[in-house]
Design a protein around this ligand. Sequence first.
Ligand SMILES: [Fe+2]
Length: 516
Amino acid sequence: MNKFRRAALSGITASVFAVLAALSPMFFYASRSNQHVFLDIALFAGFTQILFWLIVVNAVVATVWAALAFKKRDFLDARSAPFSAAFAVTDFFTTAFCILNVVLLISGGEETSPIVLQEAARLTPYALLYFAIVFFAIFFPEIKNKIARIAVVSVAAAALTLGAALTIYSPAIYDFESAPMVLDTGSDYSIVFATTDEGTGYVEYEYEGETYRVYDQKQGKIECDSRVHSVRVPYEHLDNNSYSVGSTQMFEPYAYGSRRGKTITSEKYSFVPCDGETQVWLCVSDWHTRNDLAKQAVGYLGDYDGVILLGDASPDLNTEDELVRYLVAFGGDLSRGAMPVVYTRGNHETRGAYAPYLADALGLDEFFFEVKAGDYRFVVLDSGEDKEDGHDEYGGLADFAAYRAENTAWVESLSGDEKTIAVCHSPRFFLETELTDRAIAALKRLNTSLTLSGHWHYCSLDTELYPDLPVFIDGGHNDGVFIASRVILSPNGITLFACNDDGESVFEERTLAWLN
Ligand SMILES: [Fe+2]
């Protein structure tokens, strides 16, 4: 091999390593939502920060080596011992970081890996910008052929113009993500729906001869900076009525006018409340991003009149997109905008950067409330997180002890003697035994006949946890199998049944008597 070929090969090898090294920070950063906290807990707090900056420095060094390999061929081709060693160290780190990223991606499994890839896709423009800067600063001057230089500049100018145009005028089709989800807030309905991009949201219906258009707004100002829209509507306006939802895509909400996109309107949905003597409620818990598998199990449970979502939609709520995909669109698909949905927050919905905005996005005042369904009542409680507030996993952002105390005081303040079912994500209710004992005492005073829970990822009727207050643990996802359940309320009692995504019964139909 002659000297020139050897030099060109070392330049190409160095460039391949430089590209891999430059992609490493992007994938490592995209993996941060779940895996990093466990790496930090296992090693020492701040370990992933140090590792991240090491990966960034390695990317810069690898780029410098690639540039030198191209620019100073003779110098590098000599391969003096220090340079060979430095090359080898960078290549070793680049290989190690690539393996680390692949391991992080694989260890995320089917639950976290798609979220990591979505985040990596979001970060891709930054990586492309880095490559473009490096190319034009270092490699472009090396192109001596005039036609090739003109071709590169033309392609780059066209890409830049197209990129700018697509940023300003989004080519994505503006549409609804699913049918709306009509949440029962305890005092009215919150009609929640999501769109493919940010925009306004409104609900339209007729009631007693009058036409209503109710916007998702705050103090008179229409909200337009979200993909999730929620509109509160009184019970009597929606019950046995039809409605549609609409949205206008918003690019820039300027003071004088605004730069708007398309306005879309949904089909008409007929809404039927769940208030009959016999009510069939679908229960789904702990789907952890397995929307399709959950829907497959639901398909074997027959018709239902209402939906109870028992929490844990995804590993966390780091972005609005996770809320859209795994909770709003999922709830909309199951309820088809036609029936009420009762939602209790899972502990995984308390995690992530978007978690504090969940109640507002869903149009809920609180995560604990009473829902009246004809002669029956659901007391919805929120267990918050399942570990103490100081746990490393929460990054100093949990203050659930005080919140659970508030929850407990609220349930103690309730009265009434309806046929009652408690709904709470964790079968253990609250982390604090004292608070759980108080909540159980209050629920018994309210003649609560059953608690519906999830969190444990198996299906069981537990009569041992609390004397005289059985807990039905719904099921959810476990090792590739999904269990969903059905709860029928009638004057005769509460009939439970559960099946898996193959349609096999995993909890034979059984009826519990009401306490009152
Ligand atoms: Fe959970």
